[in-house]
Design a protein around this ligand. Structure first.
Ligand SMILES: [Zn+2]
Length: 364
């Protein structure tokens, strides 16, 4: 596994010396690899040489997500039209199906559309498994991803208490690793029973390295995407998949700047404010920078330098003035600094638009 080296060194040392608590919570922003980290630690604990050697039978099974004593749980959609006495079975089947999908497609992102949860039946399945003897070695490891989606177990206080007891005092040889990007949403009774470990965003180099080796991105694309990813591989993969990237908004921004119409510009600045999320706004600024650099390539007569020549020509059929583009890039850079600070996106974008408009010569 790549990244989080410092944290992994610490966890490995704790595991070696037997100081690793049996119940842990990995918390940190979405997409930074919390579940991967938990699975890595699970594999390390199961390794026949206790080093995570990558070569022993245990490590090879773990790498294929086939280790019989590493159990990965995560939210699944609740099966519909199922008799109550079949629900637990169906929930387990849904988990196994998703696991199979992750085996064949390691970079798979869970679909965001269907409401999912870690349902009571799943928790009961887990609990039952935790008291059984492990299949291969002396221990079993349970990884529970997106643990904040564990549904409130008010419906069954006995089950809830049994699970809490499992967290508080896991049987010998049972490890339980929760992960969450919204630890405050965890049931307080859960939160208070686990040691919490903070997982930081990855560095740009780490994300770029991952995209190069695991997602097959070429070096240039990997670097550019890593820069936009804010240390999240999940986000980087979304950008690579074209799901976002801020290009559409960035095109609107530049079109508005090129428009002679002041009302258009104002409307754009107002629309941006509704995007709210600062991360999203930074992404738009970065994408706008890419678009302007493409314009610069056209303006200086080197279309082969563009990332996307067709898109660049569509944005401005007439080449723009190179000095103006450079001034525009400087404005974007200033806006980026302001937006990283505590200035609200609407104020930044209004100022940026008027600077871009005069730099790019709108209305002349
Ligand atoms: Zn090994």
């Amino acid at each position: 596994m790549a990244g989080h080296e410092h944290l992994r060194d610490g966890l490995a040392a704790a595991a070696r010396s037997g100081r690793l608590p049996q119940s842990l919570l990995f918390r940190g922003p979405p997409g930074v690899g919390k579940q991967r980290l938990a699975l890595w630690l699970a594999a390390l604990l199961q390794c026949e040489r206790r080093t995570g050697c990558g070569e022993c039978r245990s490590c090879r099974l773990a790498a294929k997500l086939q280790h019989p004593d590493i159990h990965w749980y995560f939210p699944v959609a609740r099966p519909t039209r199922v008799a109550a006495n079949k629900l637990r079975e169906k929930l387990e089947q849904a988990r196994l199906d998703e696991l199979e999908a992750r085996r064949t497609e390691p970079l798979r992102r869970p679909p965001d559309d269907a409401p999912t949860g870690i349902h009571l039946g799943t928790v009961e399945n887990l609990r039952q498994r935790a008291v059984q003897r492990p299949a291969m070695g002396p221990r079993s490891v349970f990884v529970i991803g997106r643990a904040e989606q564990m549904v409130s177990q008010r419906a069954s206080p006995e089950a809830a208490n049994a699970f809490l007891k499992l967290l508080e005092e896991p049987p010998d040889g049972v490890h339980i690793f929760l992960t969450s990007s919204r630890p405050r949403a965890l049931l307080p009774t859960v939160r208070s029973r686990v040691l919490s470990i903070r997982v930081l965003p990855l560095s740009e180099e780490e994300v770029a390295g991952f995209l190069g080796t695991e997602a097959g991105a070429d070096a240039r694309l990997a670097r550019r995407t890593a820069r936009l990813s804010q240390g999240s591989i999940g986000r980087a993969l979304e950008i690579l998949g074209g799901a976002e990237g801020g290009y559409e908004e960035a095109q609107e921004l530049i079109r508005a700047a090129l428009s002679a119409n002041r009302a258009d510009r104002l409307r754009y600045a107002l629309a941006l404010s509704s995007r709210g999320a600062r991360g999203g706004f930074l992404q738009v600024l970065d994408a706008a920078g890419e678009l302007l650099r493409d314009q610069l390539a056209l303006a200086t007569g080197s279309p082969e330098q563009t990332l996307d020549a067709e898109r660049a020509v569509a944005l401005s059929p007439m080449p723009l003035d190179a000095d103006g583009i450079l001034a525009g890039l400087a404005s974007l850079e200033r806006a980026r600094i302001a937006a990283t600070g505590n200035v609200n996106p609407q104020a930044v974008s209004a100022g940026l638009l008027s600077e871009l408009a005069s730099a790019l010569g709108a209305g002349r």
